[in-house]
Design a protein around this ligand. Structure first.
Ligand code: F3S
Length: 421
């Protein structure tokens, strides 16, 4: 692989042993994929969720002791508990204590301890064409598609990219791998794409069809930032999509033809109302009228406006969360601070809900494996209503509960009544 004089200096220890070792790993990885050179990354989103596994935390603590520090702005993905209200939320002390150790190591290495799946809501908005490395499938697909930044799934190399600011020129960093493969003709009326959960359903339906390919949507109604986020998160859940184009709403291609870079679609699919209905049915196993015990909003983590919406719902209705239901509104700590300043957190908490930071049900102590390790009953949740296909898909497998998908207002009404509408 061709190295620049500065990269050669780093490899030879000119910037310290930790960076030399990290660069060596990156070069070995790149050579395995025939990368001709490295690129400079301007930002890294780091996999803090590894801290639910003891061995990985020990490895992290040891690594932080080497004196390695990040070379570029680096944010952290979700943890397994809310660092401040973990005990109120039922998290065992050992799980929290392990997270606290990970936080100290992340700080020591110079990372911003954001613990979120939506760092873009905190101002980490890499420009179109920039190289970055990210974990968290919903963030990866948003960075690639909506912003037009270039990232692969970071995996274990993320740490070394954060330390060196380098990554091999491979995968989605290359123009040819960003070409569309599947044309998705969306045969839905604008009113059928109203809520974020409608976009989540669309993503879930299409992800199942395209797997890990690059879908091009010819119509998306009038998407918002959060509906594009919901679409991407679901595409990366039922499939393993890391990039989509939806001209003119996404960054890279102005037209559908441009998104195919002159090639023909490998496949063409139509998505109709019945495809969307089938997606809702597939993820809904709770019957209307049945009791529920959990409602999750904030997958991916909510921004300030979404929290304002929930607060306004409770303020205007004067309703309270049913005592038999836990309502989690998941976000990051920085957005919660802003929500507290605006008075939104108080309204939601007075109504009986929780504004939860740093984690979400999927990543939390409620995972079956963690419950078994700490002597907690399984499952921790019996029936969850959510507006996110990603949340529903993963809590089914990892927490073992029944699920239903509804739009945000219906989720809030279910939290109040304690029953599926
Ligand atoms: Fe984020 Fe958890 Fe959903 S990490 S994307 S809220 S499953």
């Amino acid at each position: 692989m061709k190295l620049t004089p500065d990269e050669r200096k780093m490899l030879e220890g000119g910037y310290g042993a930790a960076k030399a070792r990290a660069l060596d790993y990156i070069i070995q990885f790149g050579e395995a994929f025939d990368a001709e050179r490295l690129v400079d990354v301007i930002y890294v989103h780091y996999p803090a969720e590894m801290s639910i596994y003891k061995g990985l935390v020990e490895d992290l603590l040891e690594y932080a002791e080497t004196g390695a520090t990040v070379a570029v702005p680096t944010t952290t993905s979700t943890l397994a508990c809310d660092l401040e209200q973990w005990d109120r939320l039922g998290c065992p002390a050992p799980v929290h204590d392990l997270q606290a150790k990970a936080v100290a190591a992340h700080r020591k290495m110079g990372m911003a301890c954001t613990y979120t799946c939506t760092p873009q809501f905190l101002g980490y908005v890499p420009p179109k064409g920039s190289y970055i490395i990210s974990v968290e499938s919903s963030a990866i697909i948003y960075f690639n598609s909506v912003l037009g930044a270039r990232t692969n799934r970071g995996g274990h190399l993320t740490r070394y990219s954060a330390i060196t600011g380098k990554y091999p020129l491979i995968g989605y960093l290359l123009d040819e791998n960003r070409r569309g493969t599947h044309l998705i003709r969306v045969k839905l009326a604008p009113e059928e794409l109203r809520h974020d959960c409608d976009y989540s359903a669309l993503g879930f339906a299409v992800g199942r069809i395209v797997g890990s390919q690059v879908p091009i949507f010819d119509f998306l109604g009038t998407p918002t930032q959060t509906s594009l986020l919901a679409l991407g998160a679901a595409l990366a859940t039922s499939g393993s999509v890391a990039l989509f184009h939806a001209p003119p709403h996404t960054a890279e291609a102005k037209t559908v033809d441009e998104a195919f870079q002159g090639a023909k679609p490998v496949e063409v699919h139509e998505i109709t109302k019945s495809s969307i209905d089938a997606a809702f049915q597939a993820m809904t196993t709770i019957a209307p009228g049945d009791e529920i015990d959990f409602v999750t909003l904030g997958c991916p983590h909510y921004n300030l406006e979404q929290i304002r919406y929930v607060a306004e719902f409770f303020r205007s209705t004067g309703e309270k969360v049913n005592p038999g239901v836990r309502l989690w509104i998941c976000t990051n700590r920085m957005t919660k601070q802003a929500a507290a300043w605006e008075g939104y957190t108080r309204i939601i908490e007075d109504a009986g809900g929780f504004v939860v930071c740093d984690t979400c049900p999927v990543e939390s102590h409620m995972r079956i494996s963690t419950c078994r390790e700490h002597g907690l009953s399984v499952p921790q949740i019996r029936a969850m209503v959510t507006d996110s296909f990603k949340m529903a898909r993963y809590v089914r497998d990892l927490i073992g509960c029944e699920t239903a998908i509804r739009d945000r207002d219906s989720c809030l009404k279910a939290a109040i009544s304690g029953r599926m509408s």
